[in-house]
Ligand binder design. Sequence first.
Ligand code: UD1
Length: 423
Amino acid sequence: MTDGYLSINGRRRLSGETRVQGCKNAALPCLTACLLCERGEACLSNCPYLTDVENTAEILERLGAVCRFDEGGHAVSVRAENVFGSAIDNEMMNRMRSSVLFMGALLSRTGEADLGYPGGCEIGARPIDMHIRAFRELGVDIDEEGGMIRCRLRSGLKPCQVSLLCPSVGATENIMLLTAKSEGRTVIRNAAREPEIVDLQNFLNAMGADIRGAGSDVIVINGAKELRGADYGIMPDRIAALTYMAAAAACGGKIFLRGANPEHLAVCVSVLRDMGVSVKRVSGGMIVSMSGRPNAVNTIKTLYYPGFPTDAQPAFMAAATVAKGTTVFVESIFENRFRHAPELKKLGADIDVNMCQATVRGKESLSGADVRACDLRGGAAMVIGGLVADGTTRVYGVSHIERGYENISRDFSNLGADIRMIY
Ligand code: UD1
């Protein structure tokens, strides 16, 4: 974690190319899934080099697995033949949201799990009631007491049909991890449809699981007897790609995003086109170009995939601050996801927040100031604010940004920005 700040001299058009990193939200569940691999070595490539990935590997090691990163930190191999623990302490659980996925993986592997509640960005209450309800339906005994969750599979898993109240990404993944290696058939209805869930399905299947339907709202898991080692490449990070696209919309210029996958970005690309941005799919990635100020978009409402992603809302809000006209953002997934709005206002942005709605009246320019990243994606929005503002902006709280971006200053430098990390 870093104590420094990002220093940005803004108002430069972007130009150049950068490679889109591997996807954090796919790498973390896939790495957790390695716990299910009883024979051989599971190797994940295209992992982003992030503290959350290291933290996940640390949990695996504390449970008895052996993890080895390659020199660049982008490939990790895991041997989990010997798992001797089933408890994860509160401090480890607290470091990130995805630690909750160890509940399913540990129960599958050892029949028990003792854990605290997961941490992660403070963007809302983020309960895990749907995970717990589904696990109980599948035969897990769960006691919640004193801030700990004690889970036991006393009389084995009872595969059944589980219907989620809403398509939770984490609950869908947790159920897949719990049931991939069970007897019988589990069906998840109203499953989340995010591409990261398809990645988890593909990795589990590469290890010998039989899971179908990821990417749709019904996922069928035919339990496999044993999972064995496999090699798998993690998908590109669609939210990182969208961050650079929103920056290009705000700053203008022409950039090439190597590795960006247009299949994952359809709704956002159509929003960008409404903003006047040209987005082209080319061999090996996407080219994004823009001249002049972006158009405002009437309303951008965050929704479950394939709708507009809540994780891209802050970056698009930063771009909307310099749009020609008013954009209204409606946040329908997390109730506390406008913490970047008051920080953008320090740069001169005109934003009114009312409950889950933010009205952004675009201005011709912003001016540099000292601002703070309050959470991961909100932090990326502050970087875009700094890139578009006149003068110098200092973004503090960089450790939030580093939870999701391997090296945001390197990537924006590659794209011609004047941005430096100061320690
Ligand atoms: C994942 C992503 C996060 C993204 C979010 C929505 C990871 C590590 N994180 O988070 O970046 O912003 O999906 O795309 O992959 N809910 C409940 N009860 C539950 C579970 C969820 O009420 O038991 C609610 C949440 O409060 C939220 C909604 O369901 O309103 C969606 O949450 P969910 O899809 O579970 O998000 P995460 O998996 O935490």
